[in-house]
Design a protein around this ligand. Structure first.
Ligand SMILES: [Zn+2]
Length: 302
């Protein structure tokens, strides 16, 4: 009797496992995201149906990334690739070609109104597109819509799931947006200035009313010249900029020097182009905003 019950349980278990693993194989798709912030957004929208591999991981610098053979293998095995676009991933086109990737490429920033700036390069003024559009939550909503539509195109059967996940996530983003606007609007106008090492907060500053000064321009590829640094030091002193912020993806030495020479205080570390590891203060896109706004308001209100 006992053995028969056990046998029945065994059969039932086999059926359950069989169904579960069958469903797993049939219902999930493989996606690659170029960097950690985008990877989190794809996970939020994809939920259990999407296996996401992120190329440039936590604290990584996507401006100067060098893809690995493992990246090419992951990409080749994927149905869909998500990139930021706006010139952020200069290394991607070559990786796509060399990997033999056959899936769809979704540019998450499609529809964003790009910010451009003039930068000096070898004595010539050059117009450069600022890729850091995710730092405005309103753009984040566009990213989510593009991710949702991309996933639906690659996996029709998951349409209802992607729509529901995206709707829920869009609500969370809108809620965070209201919180961010309220927190930063409460800061005195003459204190809403900050220094970061590379210019990753252009969209953030424009959206939330902050003035950003950055010695390195919109990419981490070029180093600030001694002249740039001297100019910024004069500007900080003249405008009484209250705080200098480190970034999780860049070397801290330049900003240490600027803080020393100007007396501006170090306002902590901002997450600009990458999330923190899971146990850090900014393991998701929305956590990144909560952390950054917390650090900014703490440094600027005191
Ligand atoms: Zn950047």
């Amino acid at each position: 009797m006992q053995s028969r019950v056990l046998m029945q349980i065994g059969v039932a278990l086999a059926v359950v496992l069989g169904v579960a693993s069958g469903a797993h194989a049939a219902d999930t798709i493989k996606a690659v995201a170029s960097f950690s912030i985008l990877g989190d957004m794809v996970k939020q929208v994809g939920g259990d149906r999407v296996e996401v591999t992120t190329l440039v991981g936590p604290d990584g610098d996507a401006h100067v990334y060098e893809p690995t053979p493992a990246d090419a293998r992951n990409l080749a095995a994927s149905q869909i690739l998500f990139i930021n676009g706006l010139g952020f991933e200069g290394w991607m086109e070559r990786l796509e070609k060399s990997s033999g990737f056959k899936g769809n490429t979704i540019v998450a920033s499609t529809g964003v109104k790009p910010r451009t700036m003039i930068e000096e390069e070898g004595g010539h003024a050059k117009t450069i597109t600022d890729p850091h559009a995710w730092q405005n939550l309103d753009n984040g909503k566009l990213y989510v819509a593009n991710i949702r539509d991309g996933l639906i195109a690659a996996d029709r059967a998951g349409k209802a799931v992607y729509e529901a996940n995206a709707a829920k996530y869009l609500d969370q983003i809108a809620e965070e947006e209201a919180t961010v606007k309220q927190a930063l609007a409460s800061l005195p106008k003459d204190r809403r200035k900050l220094i970061t090492s590379h210019d990753a907060f252009g969209y953030f500053g424009a959206a939330y009313g902050l003035e950003i000064i950055a010695p390195e321009g919109v990419s981490t590829e070029s180093e600030a010249s001694a002249q740039d640094v001297a100019k910024i030091i004069r500007q900080i002193k003249a405008e009484h900029v209250p705080a200098v912020f480190m970034e999780n993806i860049t070397d801290h030495r330049l900003l240490d020097q600027i803080a020393r020479e100007t007396g501006a205080k170090i306002g902590g570390e901002l997450y600009t182009d990458a999330l923190s590891p899971a146990d850090g203060p900014a393991p998701s896109y929305l956590d990144m905003f909560r952390h950054n706004v917390g650090a900014l308001t703490a440094a600027m209100s005191s």
